[in-house]
Design a protein around this ligand. Structure first.
Ligand code: PBG
Length: 327
């Protein structure tokens, strides 16, 4: 055959394939989500997320140590409070569950970089992401409690805050509050294009944050929309976000690509609970090779344009990346 161009030439050995790779990944880009629960001496498995646990502040160090050992230095904290009320007041309590967790981690592992999820749904009795007015979430009233919550996380020692509520104007409100308190150096990672997704199912079970009525379509994005994601990101950029995020990841690779092409900020993708649970379940059923799939799905998210990845598989991925063996 007279074939001058043969793409297979560059695929002929492992050594060569590694040399010509377009996507290079590093454990530095990984963030591991951690669930904190009020109480003492608790490490309890999360039934909806096999292999994931809820930790009381006195034992969360064990989870952090395992992360550090695997090469994961960045964590994203979620809190499950003992007390919930209509306005979610324990979210900004200086002795709230996340605040206790931050202090406990920083005391033992100051090198651990702590990002906190800022949202009201785990703290409100109705499970919505803000303050209700009738049956809808009041945007502007919610900005106030989100800002207070972000500030209290930073005061407790958080290195970065990540608002996930999808209220309009929350990045600007949080930025202003942090700046006024002197925290001009604390970055905001905005859940900019966060879709109203069925993929969050296992998380809501893990965090006890399912809405008591209705759904989150009044504030999270409609999965039909792509241009709207660009608009949401543009607003967050204007409001002072330091890092943008697309969430979920695998079903929204087109959005990740477009946001990465359009904006010059670092871009994070969140491989959410449902994505993890599906891979776990299919692996446990013997239908797929779990290791290869967790690597391949992560690679596809990076290839789409994400620079940073939040995933429940962070430890496994860090080890895979460290060995240079992504399946
Ligand atoms: C809080 C929040 C959620 C997730 C991250 N932050 C749940 C939701 O919006 O209902 C989902 C994470 C996951 O599914 O892994 N609002």
């Amino acid at each position: 055959m007279d074939l001058t161009i043969r793409p297979r030439r560059l695929r002929s050995s492992d050594c060569l394939r590694r040399m010509v790779r377009e996507t290079r990944v590093s454990p530095d880009s990984l963030i591991y989500p951690l669930f904190l629960i009020e109480g003492e001496n608790i490490v309890e498995p999360i039934p909806s997320l096999e292999g994931q646990y809820r930790y009381s502040p006195d034992r969360v160090g064990e989870a952090v140590e395992a992360c550090l050992k695997a090469g994961v230095t960045r964590v994203l904290l979620f809190g499950i409070p003992a007390h919930k009320d209509a306005c979610g007041s324990s979210a900004w309590d200086e002795n709230g569950i996340v605040q206790q967790g931050i202090r406990a981690i920083k005391e033992q592992y100051p090198q651990c970089y702590i990002i906190t999820d800022v949202c009201m749904c785990e703290y409100t009795s109705h499970g919505h992401c803000g303050i209700l007015c009738g049956e809808t979430v009041d945007n502007d009233k919610t900005l106030e409690v989100l800002s207070k919550t972000a500030l209290s996380h930073v005061k407790a020692g958080a290195d970065m805050v990540a608002p996930s509520d999808m209220m309009d104007g929350r990045v600007a409100a949080i930025r202003k509050t942090l700046d006024e308190a002197g925290y001009t150096n604390i970055p905001i990672m905005a859940y900019s294009a966060k879709y109203a997704s069925a993929f969050y199912g296992p998380f809501r079970d893990a965090a006890g944050s399912a809405p008591a009525f209705g759904d989150r379509r009044g504030y999270q994005m409609d999965p039909h929309n792509r241009k709207e994601a660009i608009r949401e990101c543009a607003l967050d950029v204007e409001e002072g976000a330091d890092i943008l995020m697309v969430k979920p990841a695998l079903s929204y690779l087109d959005v990740i690509r477009e946001v990465s092409d359009t904006f010059d900020l670092p871009l994070c993708a969140y491989q959410v609970s449902g994505e993890y649970a599906m891979i776990k379940a299919a692996g446990a059923a013997g239908l797929i090779d779990e290791y290869r799939l967790l690597c391949e799905s992560a690679l596809s998210i990076y290839r789409a344009g994400a620079n940073i990845l939040i995933t429940y598989y962070a430890k496994e991925l860090a080890e895979a990346m460290g060995k240079g063996d992504m399946g």
